[in-house]
Write a new protein. Sequence first.
Length: 192
Amino acid sequence: MARHFDVFASEAPDLLAVHWGWAIALGIGIGVLGILAIMQSRVATVIAVRFLGALIFVSAVATLLFAFTVTGYWIDFFVHVIWAFLVAIVGLVLLTRPTLSAEAITLLMSFYFFMEGAAIIGFALSSHIDGQWIYMTQGLMAWLLGALLLFGWPITGLWAIGTFVGIDLLFKGWAIIALGLGLRAISEGPLF
């Protein structure tokens, strides 16, 4: 029995396969945004932190609306109102002080990389599976990223988030370009 993705990959809908150029254009656009974010990593960091702050503030408003519309008990009401108030404070801090917030987020990211590296290396040492060196390398790279962020902190807080967002956008752009080329191959035959 074929999985749904396998069917989609081998028999793309005609409408999607005909417009493969739009997928390639989107991939190029996202890749260019990634390159710009890497080149202007401080600006990208501020934009990313402010965007995160706006999302958090919107979630605080949604939580507050939820407290007034859905909850039926007074305890639930006050818990939701207090939670919305605290989340709104975090969102406003991220919106009004993005560089300071970026430094704090970068410090948390470095601790995350240390813990992730320890977990991956612990898994690699305890699992006895083939390709154990791949997991060890991944854990060591996580430790290296954590050390780079921590030892350069607070300066790394000004560029790290923007650089990571740019690298992510660059890889997503490449993936969308590959999707567009795959759709072209499905709709018109082989590329070469």
